[in-house]
Design a protein around this ligand. Structure first.
Ligand code: HEM
Length: 504
């Protein structure tokens, strides 16, 4: 077993049992030592039997059996136990003895032998030794007492470092977890650029595992090395002995844009080298970008709502006036088709105004229980089929839920209508109703990768006549209901798929 080279317990701040204190406390004196030495000739012939009994107990009990299942370690344990037993009775009980016992304690702590197992095992050894003392010693009482003292001494010494070792192990475990999950990577490289050591790095950052002699340009992703001009800056840090801080390095790894910062800290001891500290700020930068975008959208939203409000009445007036003028034109008038076109455009503007007002309106949900979702979806489906008669809409599943039926209908109408438009003539739409969500999928061409992340962005549209507000409004309503609206990968039909999560 590999033993870590730890200093003795007292050097690490344990409060270990001291030989002097123990000896004075329990009066473990020369008489006891002499009695133990006198007992050894009676114990030695039974040594193998004692050890066999010791091992037998360990293997018979489930709590200890698992720890010594490896045959090689069993052999080592049996051999070392022979020596231990001899030292127990013959001494000398000096500082070297104390250190050997502490070492055994550390081995036990590493292999997972706990206090309870130690007490049980020592108690069994103690009984065997006392039996022999009672049967063979001319002073059985005093010899049994000496056996008790020395076995207790050993127990105290062996278990004294347990607590600190366990704490150290816990700290190491926590450190390992911290290092493994750090959003930063630290590399130590020597003056020739060879990686000496590194914290575990994300796959996107490292091309291969660290091996001796690996240059940092072979370890790190080439696009990062190039984007950060790392070779240049490592040389500079090494030659000037000054820190180099690269606050923002934009790079693309595995097709994903990343924003990193790099800090290079030169060091001299034990040999010249550079610590390269790489932090990944991609999430923070994206979050900041999203936040700014949302801020901008909120401003645009407020402004649009004000404009929409102002436009609504004049638009209604224009549309009414156009209808009156168109109605007054004689049949076959050449101006009629032009007026019809203008009227159509005014209707488009009206639609936009209505959508804008819907998007900026705060949505308060009024939940009703016992809403039959399938009935709601069927109602929506028949409305949509009226506009898209060649699309087949299939509704499956069942659920009676508590929702705001008006809001749920708005979202479903938008989703099913979008799906029907995407499916096109002769296409299919599949709506699957469940107690927590409704999934709407279509047989259309699907959402291109470039479009997917933007479908909930207001005013983003791929349709010629769309306002780009349908899906954002639906998502806003779904969220106001305590649910959400999500794009789903790999639906049952070839096209796009959305999940309307109902929330509370
Ligand atoms: C009176 C109680 C015990 C004594 C005196 C004792 C003694 C020893 C000694 C002398 C060693 C060798 C340490 C070294 O390498 O320096 C050792 C190791 C070990 N002991 Fe114990 N032990 C006791 C209890 C136990 C118990 C109860 C278990 C199992 C539950 C156990 C399992 C082991 C194991 C697995 C090793 C490591 C073996 C290897 O792989 O080298 N010991 N013990």
């Amino acid at each position: 077993m590999a033993l870590d080279s730890q200093p003795a317990g007292d050097a690490r701040g344990d409060s270990p049992l001291s030989l002097e204190e123990f000896s004075s406390y329990v009066e473990f004196g020369d008489d006891d030592r002499a009695l133990l030495r006198a007992l050894w000739p009676h114990v030695e012939p039974r040594r193998d039997a004692i050890i066999a009994d010791f091992y037998d107990r360990i293997t018979r009990h489930p709590s200890t059996r698992a720890i010594v299942s490896d045959p090689a370690s069993i052999q080592r344990l049996m051999r070392t136990l022979r020596v231990w037993l001899e030292e127990l009775l013959l001494g000398p009980w000096d500082e070297a003895y104390v250190q050997r016992r502490r070492r055994i304690g550390r081995v036990h702590s590493q292999v997972g032998v706990d206090h309870a197992a130690m007490f049980m095992a020592m108690s069994a050894v103690q009984s065997r030794l006392c039996e022999i003392a009672n049967a063979s010693s001319p002073e059985p009482c005093a010899t049994v007492s000496a056996v008790r003292k020395v076995t207790n001494l050993d127990l105290g010494l062996m278990t004294s470092s347990y607590h600190t070792l366990q704490q150290e192990r816990r700290v190491r475990d926590v450190q390992a977890i911290l290092v493994a999950h750090l959003p930063a990577i630290a590399l130590l490289i020597d003056a020739t650029g060879v990686v000496q050591s590194a914290t575990p790095a994300a796959d996107w950052l490292c091309c291969r595992p660290i091996e001796p002699g690996l240059h940092f340009t072979q370890l790190l992703d080439p696009s990062l090395v190039a984007a950060a001009e790392l070779e240049h800056y490592v040389t500079r840090a090494l030659s000037t002995r000054n820190d180099v801080h690269l606050p923002r390095v934009d790079t693309t790894q595995s097709d994903e844009p990343r924003t990193l910062s790099l800090t290079l800290v030169p060091f001299d001891s034990p040999a010249p080298g550079v610590l390269v500290y790489i932090e990944d700020h991609t999430h923070a930068v994206n979050a900041e970008r999203r936040f700014q975008q949302q801020e901008r959208l909120a401003q645009v939203g407020t402004m649009s709502a004000t404009i929409a409000h102002e436009l609504r009445n004049p638009l209604a007036g224009i549309s009414g006036a156009l209808q009156v003028i168109a109605g007054g034109l004689p049949e076959g008038d050449r101006r009629a088709p032009i007026l019809a076109k203008v009227l159509d455009q005014v209707r488009g503007l009206n639609r936009m105004v209505t959508d804008l007002l819907a998007y900026s309106k705060p949505h308060a949900s009024r939940v009703e229980s016992g809403i039959d979702l399938v009935a709601l979806v069927n109602g929506v489906a028949s409305d949509v089929v009226a506009d898209y008669p060649s699309v087949q809409i299939e509704v499956a599943g069942e659920a009676v839920v508590s929702v705001d039926p008006h809001m749920a209908r708005q979202v479903l109408h938008n989703l099913v209508m979008n799906a029907a438009q995407a499916a096109g003539d002769g296409g299919h739409v599949q709506v699957t109703v469940g107690p927590h969500s409704v999934r709407v999928c279509d047989s259309g061409p699907g959402l291109p990768d470039a479009v997917r992340p933007r479908v909930f962005e207001p005013f983003f549209t791929t349709k010629i006549k769309g306002t780009g507000l349908g899906l954002p409004i639906s998502q806003k309503i779904a969220r106001a209901m305590g649910g959400d609206l999500l794009i789903i990968d790999g639906g049952p039909l070839a096209g796009a798929c959305f999940d309307f999560l109902l929330g509370r």
